[in-house]
Write a protein of this length. Structure first.
Length: 202
């Protein structure tokens, strides 16, 4: 069993309720007490097995990892997988609809690993209400390379379906509308279910 304990991911032997004794059973992920609600595991029979993916932390503490990044580790050794993004990290904020304050972007649920994809929503604190606050884009990345495969914008941009329902061009600056809760997948239908919250004016 793999659990997040503040800045550590720990391997627990669930059968005997004790930590594995081997060296490297717990490994640093750099959160230092910041938000992180768990990990996702890419397991057999998927070809890219033994990949452990961690969502973005808030990074509000100076000692924490780079905010807005998701990271991939080898589940056996705890070492970053260098082929995933840049040295095992992908900046989730790099391809959003606009530049944001990265310290306001986080993940409050584990990523969803589905097929060869790592799919993530994001968390934005309800206390954060300002023009241009972080959007709730849903993003999917290749579990092996970290390359983004697709992005779904919960607030449609110009020319996209539903954009005309956002009065006074509010789509240009409204944020949130994000999926902070866990995503789920229907394998048979090939559908990802996304529980989306309210826009910035909630």
């Amino acid at each position: 069993m793999l659990v997040v304990n503040n800045e550590l991911i720990e391997k627990i032997n669930a059968h005997v309720e004790e930590a594995y004794p081997e060296e490297g059973a717990g490994f640093l992920i750099g959160n230092e007490g910041e938000v992180n609600m768990g990990v996702a595991y890419d397991s057999p029979p998927i070809v890219y097995k033994d990949t452990l993916v961690v969502g973005a932390n808030t990074g509000e503490a100076p000692s924490s990892g780079d905010p807005g990044n998701t990271r991939a580790f080898d589940a056996k050794t705890g070492k970053p997988i260098p082929s995933f993004g840049t040295n095992g990290e992908v900046d989730l904020t790099a391809g959003l609809s606009r530049a944001i304050r990265k310290e306001h972007y986080t993940n409050t649920s584990p990523p969803l690993v589905w097929g060869n994809l790592v799919i993530l929503g994001n968390g934005v604190g309800d206390r954060l209400q300002y023009k241009g606050d972080p959007p709730g884009d849903i993003q999917a990345f290749d579990v092996k390379t970290g390359k983004r495969v697709w992005r779904f914008k919960t607030v449609p941009e110009a020319g996209e379906y539903g954009n005309d329902t956002w009065k006074d061009d509010s789509w240009k600056y409204v944020g949130h509308t994000n999926a902070w809760a866990p995503l789920s997948a229907d394998d048979a239908r090939g559908i990802i279910y996304v529980p989306v919250g309210t826009p910035s004016n909630d």
